[in-house]
Design a protein around this ligand. Structure first.
Ligand code: F6P
Length: 533
């Protein structure tokens, strides 16, 4: 199927995307809706034949079978021997889901209730710090134990009615120092979020936070909570079992914010809004599991991704939310997509026949427009752009600003589609009085090649439910792309080597061991750092 797709692409690559709109049905045929979401992929060079081939590719890869295997708790994370059941965390109806013959739902729902009871106690002042009601919550975690909660907490700012939430992730001491400086330890709750409870960055920060608190609080561990699947280590850290929220090994780090790892979000917005967030994701799960591929938003999003990266060979994709509060969504998606699908061998250990997942990057509009859009419009490479925007913003009194935001978002995808020809640019410069060789030279700088693909995801308003839908949509997109590539999207062996080497380098940097045996560059860098420390 790859060959068929590549030869189809070769036959259509010279075609203008704009010409596809000669078909008056183009915009409706190459868009799909689910609930209130509308995913428009009509501004791409995918046509009926291309879409049929892409759907065939997904069918041949047995996306439907693997999807069912995931939802029903089969151990599809084969290199770690684990099921993949983040969907169970938002299965609010509690329909049974079994792993090793055991229904996991009673425990999932009980943990959710415990989290909610604790969050309510903190928010109402039933749970007190030594200095009274908790005013600030610091979530210490990294990767999946940080990016999801940070992204969602920022996204749902209009729904915050709990304590202020802060996030510390980096092992750079500057991070925790800056976060803790303005806080009062007597009214701060520290959450240590780590699936393994061994991650060096998180455990180092957790110890620093405990020391910071012990200066002013008699029982610092009493103002700590833990989110982890390693209950022995949370106990060893001194955190009371009442404030430990566990989850099973079938929740991958980057898929974990729907459960205990989402506690900071729940503290900020409350249990009801958190459940609405889960409900949004659950609705997408149901849709993903049942809808025909042609109507299935996650499948279509994945097929567009495969078309642009593996078939057309565009190396990156930009995620461009016209929603300031989604400022951390690109970073969140970088982990979700690149840690999941940045693999070099297939599930059976063979070299991949096609390139693995793309580089994902982005920034909210309109800020990005004044930074890197120049390259997107006139650079020599093609960057498929994924725009997203709400029909409304939360600031009704600033509706005029929202209209400007929307106009900018739509203008960008229109500009990418249409471009500006040399004739048009020449006319513009002629009207400014230029002529001859200078007219030609100046006009050429003002040409936009256009014919650059983009998709647009639109939603009514960024509510907790809509955010849940958007994130679940992307999660399942990553899954479908991974199945098509034949890889395991749920392990992350590629982060191990750096961790091991860092552990070995720490005593060398500290001067306790020599750099003998290290390559010349590393040894020289260590030497510089020791000289200038
Ligand atoms: O970066 C590797 C990784 O294992 C991620 O997958 C994970 O989200 C992160 O580290 C944090 O892990 P933990 O929650 O166990 O501290």
């Amino acid at each position: 199927m790859w060959n068929e797709l590549k030869s189809h692409r070769a036959t259509v690559s010279g075609r203008s995307i704009l010409s596809l709109f000669d078909d008056p049905e183009r915009a409706s045929n190459f868009a799909a809706t689910f609930g209130n979401l509308r995913f428009d992929f009509s501004k791409t060079n995918i046509d009926e034949t291309g879409l049929d081939l892409l759907i065939k590719l997904a069918e041949d890869a047995d996306v439907a079978g693997r999807r069912e295997a995931m939802f029903t708790g089969e151990k599809i994370n084969e290199t770690e021997g684990r099921a993949v059941l983040h969907t169970a965390l938002r299965n609010l109806d509690g329909d049974p889901v079994t792993v090793d013959g055991q229904n996991v739902m009673p425990e999932v729902l009980e943990t959710l209730d415990r989290m909610e009871a604790f969050a309510t106690d903190v928010r109402t002042g039933t749970f007190l710090g030594q200095g009274g009601k908790i005013t600030d919550v610091v979530n210490i975690g990294i990767g999946g134990s940080d990016l999801g909660p940070v992204m969602a907490t920022l996204a749902l700012a209009p729904y915050h009615d709990g304590p202020r939430t802060h996030f510390v992730s980096n092992v750079d001491g500057a991070h925790i120092a800056d976060v803790l400086r303005p806080l009062d330890p007597r009214t701060t709750l520290v959450i240590v979020a780590s699936k393994t409870f061994t991650t060096i960055e998180t455990m180092t920060n957790a110890k620093v936070a405990k020391e910071w608190m012990s200066d002013k609080v008699d029982n610092p561990a009493g103002q700590f909570a833990a989110l982890s699947s390693n209950l022995d280590l949370t106990a060893a850290f001194g955190i009371d079992a009442d404030r430990v929220f566990g989850f099973a090994d079938w929740v991958g780090g980057r898929y974990s914010m729907w459960g205990p790892i989402g506690l900071s979000l729940m503290l900020a917005v409350g249990g009801q809004a958190f459940r609405a967030f889960l409900r949004g994701a659950q609705a997408v799960d149901t849709h993903f599991r049942a809808a025909e591929f042609r109507e299935n938003l996650p499948v279509l999003l994945a097929l567009v991704g495969v078309w642009h990266h593996q078939v057309c060979g565009y190396p990156t994709r930009a995620v461009l939310p016209y929603e300031q509060r989604l400022i951390r969504l690109p970073a969140y998606l970088q982990q979700l997509e690149m840690e999941s699908n940045g693999k070099r061998v297939s599930m059976d250990g063979k070299d991949l026949e096609v390139v693995s997942g793309p580089i994902v990057w982005g920034e909210p509009g309109t800020n990005g427009q004044h930074a890197f859009y120049q390259l997107i419009h006139q650079g020599t490479g093609v960057v498929p752009c994924e725009f997203m925007v709400g029909a409304r913003g939360h600031e009704d009194e600033l509706a005029h600003m929202h209209r400007l935001l929307v106009a900018n978002c739509l203008a960008q995808s229109e500009a990418l589609l249409r471009g500006r020809s040399l004739e048009e640019a020449t006319e513009i410069m002629k009207a400014k009085g230029l002529e001859g060789a200078e007219l030609d030279r100046q006009a050429r700088h003002r040409v936009f090649p256009g014919n650059r693909p983009s998709t647009t995801l639109v939603y009514p308003l960024l509510t907790p439910e809509v955010l849940g839908q958007i994130v679940a949509l992307y999660e399942h997109r990553v899954f479908v792309e991974g199945v098509i590539l034949g890889i395991n999207s749920f392990d992350q062996w590629g982060v191990e080597l750096g961790k091991e080497l860092a552990e070995a380098l720490e005593p060398i940097v500290a001067g306790e061991q020599s750099a003998e045996g290290k390559d010349g560059s590393t040894a020289a860098l260590v030497d510089y750092i020791q000289t200038h420390a």
